[in-house]
Design a protein around this ligand. Sequence first.
Ligand code: MG
Length: 226
Amino acid sequence: MKFPEIISAALIDMDGVLYDSMPRHARAWQKMMALQGVSTTADEFFLYEGMTGPATIDLIFGRELHRHPDAEECRRLYAIKGKFFEEQGEPEVMPGAARMLRELKRRGVRCILVTGSAQRTTLDRLDRDFPGVFAVRDRITALDVTHGKPDPEPYLKGLEKAGTRPEETIVIENAPLGVHAGKAAGLFTVAVTTGPIPREAFVSEKADAIFHSMPEFAEFLKTRPL
Ligand code: MG
């Protein structure tokens, strides 16, 4: 684990990094899929995390129903899933997330949000929970990309927004597919294992550094020389 000497920008994932929202997403996915007669496990949605909603629906429908829904059906099903997510109430801010952002800002690191989500209710909370960190123009969401994670496109777009050199730009992720996307974009990629996925999955995706929790990562940043 050799961090870049200079970190100019951090491209930061949202669910499972800034918010403890993944268990709610998994439950919402399961419930929506059950309505379609498709049985799934909660844990599998942690593996798909990072993919856009339509890509997740297409994957599961292809596997379980042997058909591929069109864009309209994907939109409709993703909206149902979003409603089931919201019904569970607002997720907590991930412990350690605010501290991590404080440490990054203290070092003058530019923070860009790079999420596979299009969940308005969570995106709209960012300003309230992390004031002044993510300007609206500094966000890449599911609506800004053609190919979601594990494709490198979201992180390449984030890099372009940051306007920083790739070797001075890091990715902060909690999902194996997100780590894959960060590495495919050629960036130093930090994995924080905040969910049920075992560490080996992040080793397989060649994460450059692995932390067990956000407080652990925030503490690491704090002790790094400026
Ligand atoms: Mg995530």
